[in-house]
Every structure is written in C-alpha cells, then in structure tokens.
Write a protein that binds this ligand. Structure first.
Ligand SMILES: *Cc1c(COP(=O)(O)O)cnc(C)c1O
Length: 394
C-alpha cells in the first residue's frame, strides 16, 4: 500500500500557549506543590459541575481509592461494578481489600446493565461503583433506586465524563454534582481535559471531603500551607496511615486553563460525533453509539460496533494502512492475567455483552483539531476496510 495521504491519531489533547503560561505562573510563584492553585482549581471545578465540595488528587485511580474508603468499603466487602472498564476501576476496589463483583453491560451500549445488579447483591455487598464509560452517562436513576432499596453506597467513576450531562428532574445537570455519593474524575491526556496526570473528587457530604483532604496528604492534621502562613510555631500530627495523593500547583494551574476551555471543547466534540453518527448510519452493519434522550455525552471516545462477521484486527490494520489510528473496544478486567482465575473477583454470568464489546467494537479518532473532512476521511477508510475484510482472500 502506498503512503497514506493523511495521518489521523486516535486522540490529541488541546494544549497550547495558555496552558504553558499557566504552568509558568505556578513555577515563578515559588509554590509548586499542592497550594493556592489547587485550592482555586477545586473551587472552579466545584462551581462548574455544581458540587458542594471538590478535592483534587494525583489521578482518578487514587480518587477512586479514597472515594471507596470514604463510603466504608473495607476488607472482605464486595463492590458491584463492570469488568468492561479500564483496569483502574476494579484495582481501586482491591486497594481496599474488597472484591469486585462484575456484572454485564447493556447490549446496546458500554455501561452497566441496571437490570443485572440485583442478582449480584450478596450480604457482603457494600457499594456500587458505576462507570460513565467513554463519557456516556450510565443510568444513574435506575442504579440509585436499587442502591436505596438495598442500602448500598454509590460511587461514580466519572474518569471520562468531565463535561457530560444528564437530564435530572427536567433540567440538564453536569455529571459530578454528584448524583450519587461521590464522583471521581481523571485529567489524564486521554480524557477531554488534562493536567498531565490528575484527578478530582466531588461530593455533597462534608465529612467525606474532610477525609479526602486528610488522606491525600498523609493524614497530616495541619497542612503545610497553614504552617507556612502562620506567625506562630505549630507542629502537625498524623492521625492515621494516609497517602501521598496530592496534585501539584503546576498541574492545577494548567487544569484551571483547561476547565475554562472545556465548554468549547465539548461543543466541538459533540459536533464531530454528530457528523460521525450521520455518516455511519448509512453503512450497513455498523452500529454507531446510542445516546439516550436523558444523556449528553462529552464524547471522550467514539466507539462503533462492527458487523458480527467482521474481523476487528484486519479492519483496524486496513484503516492504519490508510493513516487512521483506531483502538479496540474497552478492555474487560476479568480476562486480564491480574484477575483471570485469580479469585480476586467474582463474575455474575458470562458477561457476554462485555466480551462482545471488546472484540467487535473499535474507537474512531475524535479530537478537537479534527476537521469535518477528516471525519469523512475516517468514515471512507472504515467503509473500504469493511469491504476488503468481507471479501474472502483468494
Ligand atoms: C482513565 C480511567 C481511569 C483512571 O484514571 P487515571 O487518572 O489515569 O488514574 C479510571 N476509570 C476509567 C473508566 C478510566 O477511563
């Protein structure tokens, strides 16, 4: 095959002079670890999602760990979640000494099937860790109903969902108010806004927020910022075994700039996704992602279902030959060596939809710098790849 006319990566962060300026401001201030920029970022993020409290941490994996600890998940407990997620989701449950219990996803999407949750509940179930996969909100209304009925806590893995919205009592609200007990966000470069690495916890419960702030900084009861500003000598104490899960002020300064650009970033992603859906719905056998009428995705990823008889790898290769990078569907943690046959998790049924989604879906390029013409190029590349793969080789 000749050299392709374009090279289209699967994702690309929106970073430029404003972010470089922000990092410079933090560096020249002389305070680079968790300090005033982090405090500002927290306030701005809380206002953005409509949360009472927001606490910044080093990444979303550490956020999930602290959220599960706060809602009381401990050794011997079970937490209901999906296998069909990034491995950080079940890993955070293991950090608490608890067991992830995997239920299947819906047949027409990549989120937990609420209809399968009740069968997964045992006397040891403490919480549900639901995921807004690829930025698409999961069905919180159904999940919260079950949680109330069985007195379970609910943590939202909103790693991908900064800027996504749900229709709640007739009003559009951003994910992270939060609608459950705690929501956890990621600012990894693969998400819609980034601080390099970074995470955020939001909650309406003051006691949880107080715990997050202690545990992210070794359970130090007088923060360094307070000692630094004090006219009197103060000693700190360490009341329990905490962690170093801090975000730095350099990251937070970048995050504040990114947050300011987020509405524009999400609007651009939604326009590109709508064009994909329009073009792809004309191709036989392709299943574009479905957005329920009560959800507005930030389209962190755009993942399409391939025809059942199509070969995922050869389609991805044929697209790469045309300069278009793709990724396979979301992984399934229960099939990875870390969990498979380990006794570290429990699966409810065969997780057919989860397995099918990993093997018969692909993520198409979607990033703000893409032109409409790039979208058309990707769709044509997919169409050609399908035609090639469906013709048996002679
Ligand atoms: C990215 C991601 C995480 C982990 O986020 P980090 O900030 O990289 O720790 C957790 N859960 C899901 C669903 C993710 O996509």
């Amino acid at each position: 095959m000749s050299t392709p006319t374009r090279q289209i990566p699967v994702a690309k962060p929106v970073l430029g002079e404003p972010e470089a300026e922000a990092a410079r401001r933090a560096i020249l201030s002389g305070w680079v670890t968790q300090g005033p920029e982090v405090a500002q970022f927290e306030q701005e993020f809380a206002a953005f999602v409509g949360a009472r409290h927001a606490c910044a941490v080093s990444n979303c994996t550490t956020a999930l760990h602290l959220a599960l600890m706060a809602v009381g998940v401990g050794a011997g407990d079970e937490v209901i979640t999906v296998s069909h997620s990034f491995i950080a989701t079940p890993n955070a449950i293991r950090y608490c000494g608890a067991t992830p219990v995997f239920v299947d996803i819906e047949a027409d999407g990549f989120n937990i099937d609420p209809g399968k949750i009740i069968a997964a509940i045992s006397p040891r179930t403490r919480a549900i860790l639901c995921v807004h996969q690829l930025g698409m909100p999961c069905d919180l209304r159904q999940i919260l109903k079950i949680a109330r009925q069985f007195q379970l806590k609910v943590v939202e893995d909103a790693a991908c969902a900064t800027g996504s919205e749900v229709l709640w009592n007739g009003k559009w609200e951003r994910v992270g108010r939060p609608h459950a007990d705690v929501a956890c966000f990621s600012f990894h470069p693969r998400k819609v806004v980034t601080t390099g690495d970074g995470g955020m916890l939001t909650t309406a419960i003051g006691e949880y927020d107080r715990q997050f702030r202690l545990l992210r900084q070794h359970s130090m009861n007088v923060p360094d910022t307070v000692r630094h500003g004090s006219k009197q000598v103060i000693f700190e104490e360490y009341d329990s075994v905490g962690f170093n899960y801090r975000m730095t002020d350099v990251q937070a300064a970048i995050g504040r700039t990114q947050l300011g650009r987020l509405p524009e970033i999400v609007a651009a992603r939604r326009r590109l996704a709508a064009l994909y859906t329009e073009l792809l719905s004309k191709i036989d056998g392709i299943r574009p992602p479905v957005e329920p009428e009560w959800a507005r995705s930030n389209w962190q990823s755009y993942c399409v279902g391939l025809p059942r008889q199509a070969d995922q790898v050869s389609i991805m290769q044929a697209m790469l030959d045309r300069g278009v990078s793709t990724r396979r569907g979301v992984m399934n943690a229960h099939l990875e060596p870390a969990y498979h046959g380990s006794g570290l998790c429990r699966t409810v049924g065969y997780l057919d939809n989860s397995v099918a989604a990993q093997n018969t879906a692909i993520m198409l390029p979607l990033f703000v710098q893409m032109s409409e013409d790039d979208v058309r190029y990707v769709v044509t590349a997919l169409e050609e790849a399908l035609t090639e793969s469906l013709v048996p080789a002679l």
